[in-house]
Design a protein around this ligand. Structure first.
Ligand code: SF4
Ligand code: SF4
Length: 290
């Protein structure tokens, strides 16, 4: 197979490490907890940990889907760990995090897609840390939307995030098993049930889409009442994953940001290293990031 292309200058980052980062890493070991930040070697780890932000994946590390851009293992998942919500909440509280993103693999094997497990994690975390901000980055709950929305709207996060990831033309290739219209309906459906809670979505670019198609997706998101958006460069986790089609330039990211603001998103993060949860705390406060 071809070697992976060399990254342009704007994608290279230093991994800073300060006391706060070390402290959080030590706590993660102590609680035997894995963060997406470390597992994915996220380039923003230093910044996020020092801000008291981290992302955790619940419901195991085996996904029932197989997206070619994603590094998560696929197969038959393990049974749900009943004590996970309490243990996660205790760890989050002990770490003193201010903003936590809770995400999961797809659990097409569960009747509610895992919605109740998400709700349990939120409830247990809020019981222990009253001031914490919680963002959930949820799977699409395909085929289970009504029950999932009912459960999630009763124990809502502070930000309800579901990523579209790419443009509709590339869904079959990039998000097999997912459906563009369905994902938009999920976001709209949650907003209709809890209008006071912000909804958010994200795109990874550089997988074969055009800039015009990205703008069309931004318009679709606004038409489904989505408040916040993130746009970042796709990076190939290994040579066995979907190849990068192009490196979108910083100027192009700036243009997406301008268009998104014009379309009325309240929060926009658009830049090469932007990830769905990058500066999630600042995004939620409405500060300019990206
Ligand atoms: Fe990865 Fe999510 Fe796709 Fe599963 S559904 S393979 S976790 S991107
Ligand atoms: Fe973790 Fe997300 Fe920050 Fe990366 S951007 S370090 S995954 S919280």
């Amino acid at each position: 197979k071809d070697a992976m292309p060399r990254k342009p200058e704007w994608l290279r980052v230093r991994m800073g490490s300060n006391t706060e980062v070390k402290r959080i890493k030590a706590k993660l070991r102590e609680h035997k907890l894995a963060s997406v930040c470390e597992e994915a070697s996220c380039p923003n780890l230093g910044e996020c940990f020092s801000h008291g932000t981290a992302t955790f994946m619940i419901m195991g590390d085996i996904c029932t889907r197989r997206c070619p851009f994603c590094d998560v293992a696929h197969g038959r998942p393990n049974a749900l760990a009943e004590d996970e919500p309490r243990e996660l909440a205790e760890a989050i509280t002990d770490m003193g995090l201010k903003y936590v993103v809770i995400t999961s693999v797809d659990r097409d094997d569960l009747r509610d897609g895992g919605a109740q497990h998400f709700a349990n994690c939120i409830r247990e975390t809020r019981e222990r840390s009253a001031s914490i901000q919680i963002e959930t980055l949820v799977p699409d709950f395909r085929g289970r939307m009504d029950i999932a929305l009912e459960i999630l709207s009763q124990t809502p996060p502070d930000v309800f995030n579901h990523n579209l990831e790419t443009v509709p033309r590339l869904y079959r290739q990039v998000r097999p098993g997912a459906d563009y219209a369905w994902s938009l309906e999920l976001l709209k459906g949650f907003k209709a049930l809890r209008p006071e809670i912000r909804t958010k979505s994200g795109l990874m670019v550089g997988v074969g889409e055009t800039n015009e198609e990205i703008v069309e997706v931004l318009k679709d998101l606004r038409a489904h009442n989505v408040d916040m958006v993130t746009i970042g460069q796709y990076l190939q986790p290994s040579r066995d994953h979907l190849p990068v089609d192009r490196f979108v330039t910083p100027d192009e990211f700036a243009e997406f940001e301008r268009v998104a603001r014009e379309l009325g998103f309240s929060h926009v993060a658009s830049g090469p290293l932007v990830r769905s949860s990058y500066h999630a705390d600042l995004q939620a406060k409405g500060e300019k990031v990206g």
